[in-house]
Design a protein around this ligand. Structure first.
Ligand code: 5GP
Ligand code: ZN
Length: 112
């Protein structure tokens, strides 16, 4: 399977890592859309949020908790945005579940 995020998990592709544990990896986005922009991904290949089931609830909860923890560590005390794109119309370009965390500037709504 040709998945760039699985290559990051296996160490084949390099990243600026912020956090790793047995379930997830967090790293800076290669094309940041805000002064702070990082991703939290599961080590397990899950295609998207639309491909999760009840059994993924602990993993999803953990991913969000890590996102919030790292947002605080990155100094985003004024706020931040979390985004999970799913599927073509959702704007997902990498078919491996990930949470975006963006901050360091005011985020407009709706997003462009
Ligand atoms: P999506 O559009 O699927 O929600 O987001 C995918 C994100 O992954 C994009 O923001 C893109 O910049 C980021 N990305 C894609 N390939 C790489 C990579 O090889 N390394 C890093 N650090 N980020 C990547
Ligand atoms: Zn993958």
């Amino acid at each position: 399977m040709d998945c760039i995020f699985c290559k990051i998990v296996s160490g084949e592709a390099s990243i600026h890592s912020l956090y790793q544990d047995e379930q997830v990896i967090a790293f800076r986005d290669i094309t940041p859309q805000a002064p702070v922009h990082f991703l939290v991904i599961p080590r397990e290949h899950v295609e998207s949020l639309a491909h999760t089931a009840r059994k993924h609830s602990p993993l999803l909860g953990h991913m969000l908790a890590i996102a919030a923890d790292l947002a605080a560590k990155e100094g985003l005390s004024e706020g931040f945005r979390t985004v999970i794109n799913a599927g073509e119309q959702g704007g997902q370009t990498v078919q491996h579940l990930h949470i975006h965390v963006l901050g360091g500037r005011a985020m407009g709504w709706p997003p462009g």
